[in-house]
Ligand binder design. Structure first.
Ligand code: FPP
Length: 251
């Protein structure tokens, strides 16, 4: 896919996105699948299925618009506490998504990456995940980063343990630890911090997502439930982002 061509498509529809001021990294807390289903007297799993369709649409839209990295909060460490039925439905949806989207990722030059406690996922999901990550490793058009069994605090604990072990074994001098050292031991060590964080469904919380990384991210909350989230609303949020002045703590 040619991102310049697609940027032209976007302006054709009278959407004035400035390609020079796009967020390089967009992170999304996809929330509201359960409520979407409940409003329709449907099983929650059907909400997740509809949510997976939105994932496909927003991944494609991000690639077309020219976003370099898209991080999606697909499964949190807390989500393991949901019913066995819901967890297994989410895992099989994830596996299905990875299998069906592999050719799409290849065709669109998208590289898949995962952050979180991948080792906690069922073996069959881990196998597909690793296979797609390997197959797409050389793709350069966009990075799709799935947060799976991810928790921001667990990520920080993991980083602290690794750094403590290195300090004890003498590889790392405690006085030499800087912010860059911390970054080196986060899951996201090779990914820039999100410029924009979007949360759907009207909740105004961060819910343990990318706690270190969102220090200076622009936050955008929409009441739209994730299954109803559209490319049109996404573009409007990107336009709102472009109106904001980012100061990174400077006056
Ligand atoms: C929140 O809805 C969403 C999740 C728990 C996970 C997100 C999962 C998907 C979008 C579907 C599958 C993902 C992929 C990558 C194929 P919720 O159940 O918390 O909604 P509620 O707050 O309304 O109950």
């Amino acid at each position: 896919m040619n991102s310049e061509l697609s940027a032209a498509d976007v302006s054709d529809r009278d959407i004035q996105l400035d390609p020079a001021r796009l967020p390089a990294h967009v992170a999304i807390i996809m929330d509201g699948n359960g409520r979407w289903a409940r409003q329709r007297l449907l099983n929650r799993v059907l909400g997740h299925e509809k949510g997976a369709d939105t994932v496909r649409a927003i991944v494609t839209a991000s690639r077309e618009i020219g976003i370099s990295t898209l991080t999606l909060y697909a499964f949190s460490t807390e989500n393991w506490q949901r019913s066995v039925l819901e967890v297994s439905a989410l895992m099989s949806l994830l596996k299905k998504f990875l299998e069906s989207e592999k050719p799409v990722m290849m065709a669109n030059d998208i590289r898949l990456n995962a952050i979180g406690q991948i080792e906690r996922l069922p073996d069959d999901v881990q196998n597909v995940l690793r296979a797609v990550m390997q197959a797409t490793a050389e793709n350069q058009g966009m990075r799709l980063n799935l947060a799976l069994s991810y928790g921001g605090r667990a990520e920080i604990v993991r980083m602290a343990r690794t750094i403590a072990e290195k300090a004890i074994s003498g590889v790392l001098e405690p006085s030499s630890i800087t912010e860059n050292t911390i970054v080196d031991y986060l899951y996201t060590h090779d990914i820039p911090d999100p410029d924009l964080l979007i949360r759907t469904s009207g909740e105004m919380r961060i819910s343990n997502f990318l706690l270190w990384q969102i220090a200076y991210s622009e936050l955008y909350f929409t009441s739209t439930l994730w299954p109803d989230f559209s490319k049109e609303e996404y573009v409007n949020i990107l336009k709102a982002y472009q109106q904001r002045e980012r100061r990174f703590g400077a006056a």
